[in-house]
Write a protein that binds this ligand. Structure first.
Ligand code: URA
Length: 241
């Protein structure tokens, strides 16, 4: 349930007037709540109420926030989970806005995920065809041949549709596995894992290290920080992203 606050405070939060001026407007009969003129000071309202000043609807400025989290394994990247597993929101303390993750990382995938309450931003950065590039480190079983690497780069058939060209580099060769840096623009379900499975090199570990030019920096697993306006603009504008 939405918290109710005193009308004059609500008006101040909407940027209409100082609290004192709001009181004057109320006394003068210039304020309506849900269609009725209110002259009492104690009236409680919430964002669900329709508050008008001189016939003009007023609204609370929504504070838009953008957070980057280094998601640890063992968390779902949805706001709730029917199976009762921990969600990425359990890692974000002290934020009152209703934020949600932009895109998804699998339960066992780690790394960079953005959370916001800005629906436009979420839509823009996950809209098919306009998606931001995402960089993953995928440790895969075995050592992919050049041919397998080439297939990953040029496109893999998933659900009857080829994946868009990807950048794939070998960054580390271990005795039984290989670490690949994979950069994709799409965000299809379990895309990296399914691409690697398709060339017979299942993913053992997957971490997203960058979204556009935004990288995890010093953030440890489970840590988060606010994005700067500049970083938000960068992702929005897809500059080099
Ligand atoms: N691709 C995957 O397979 N899983 C993720 O979590 C992200 C990209």
């Amino acid at each position: 349930m939405e918290d109710k606050i005193r009308l004059q405070k609500y008006m101040a939060q909407c940027g209409v007037a100082s609290r004192r001026h709001a009181e004057e407007l109320i006394k003068a009969g210039r304020v309506k709540v849900n269609g009725s003129i209110i002259t009492e000071m104690g009236t409680l309202v919430s964002e669900q109420d329709r508050v008008e000043v001189d016939g003009k609807l007023i609204k609370k400025e929504k504070k838009l926030i953008y957070i980057m989290l280094n998601k640890p394994s063992g968390y779902v990247s949805t706001v709730s989970d029917p199976e009762g597993r921990k969600t990425v929101l359990d890692l974000i303390d002290g934020v009152n806005e209703r934020i949600y993750p932009v895109g998804r990382l699998d339960y066992d995938t780690t790394g960079l995920i953005i959370l916001t309450n800005d629906g436009d931003f979420a839509f823009e950065s996950t809209h098919p065809g306009h998606e931001t590039k995402k960089t993953y480190m995928a440790e895969v079983l075995g050592m992919p041949s050049n041919r397998a690497l080439q297939s990953l780069r040029s496109g893999i058939m998933l659900d009857g549709k080829l994946t868009a060209p990807a950048r794939v580099e070998v960054v580390d060769i271990k005795p039984k596995s290989t670490v690949l840096k994979i950069i994709i623009h799409e965000g299809r379900n379990r895309q990296v894992k399914r691409m690697c499975e398709a060339v017979n090199h299942p993913v053992l570990r997957l971490k997203r290290t960058a979204v556009g030019r935004l990288t995890l920096g010093d953030l440890k697993p489970g840590e988060w920080r606010y994005l700067s306006l500049r970083e938000v603009k960068q992702i929005r504008g897809k500059k080099n992203g």
